[in-house]
Design a protein around this ligand. Sequence first.
Ligand SMILES: Nc1nc2c(ncn2[C@@H]2O[C@H](COP(=O)(O)OP(=O)(O)OP(=O)(O)O)[C@@H](O)[C@H]2O)c(=O)[nH]1
Ligand SMILES: [Mg+2]
Length: 200
Amino acid sequence: MVIKSVNLEKVCGITSKIPVNTLPEVAFAGKSNVGKSTLINGIMNRRSYARVSSQPGKTQTINYYNINDSFYLVDLPGYGYATAAVKVKEQWGRMIENYLHTSQALRAVFLLIDIRHEPSNNDVMMFDWITAAGFTPIIICTKADKIKRSQLEKHKKMIRETIRAKSALGSEVSLRMIAWSGLSKQGREEIYDLLEEILA
Ligand SMILES: Nc1nc2c(ncn2[C@@H]2O[C@H](COP(=O)(O)OP(=O)(O)OP(=O)(O)O)[C@@H](O)[C@H]2O)c(=O)[nH]1
Ligand SMILES: [Mg+2]
């Protein structure tokens, strides 16, 4: 995949309506700080076009990045941001669920999970929301540079098995999982191949 142009075209807040797009969309979900914006920058081949922060809760809107005038990468707000007020958390949840169910152009959803840790209840809930909306989540195991290469498969297996055990909806499906690092860009070719397949 060749990235010719990127443009942050639309930003949706809690009260905005989900835009009706004709170009296909691929969305990125995951808990706050897991690395959604970093992955989107990696795919776009831009160092810091999407705002990245070590403080969780950076992306609080739905951001539509137009790529090559041919599709959108959609950066969803992170969940599980511990210090956010309960009311705000509910609004984010509703905003994400509403997006998953109303976007007509959505083709695939990537669910990002930190490769180091067992998926949380929130991760599994998001997995089930995505599944309930009719998509099979593609799992991106982020921050792969934080563990030894020899531990990669073990961690992927741990993530897969935790989702299978805790999920109400995902126990049967075969999960696609890709280990990714924003530092080394490991996994990027596999993600490009997948995007081409999804958008074909
Ligand atoms: N080592 C390492 N750090 C990463 C990686 N991906 C993201 N980070 C770091 O993790 C922090 C959060 O990254 P973001 O991309 O802003 O995370 P996000 O999921 O968009 O977070 P919110 O917008 O708050 O939902 C930043 O300090 C990043 O530099 C990675 O693959 N490896
Ligand atoms: Mg972000």
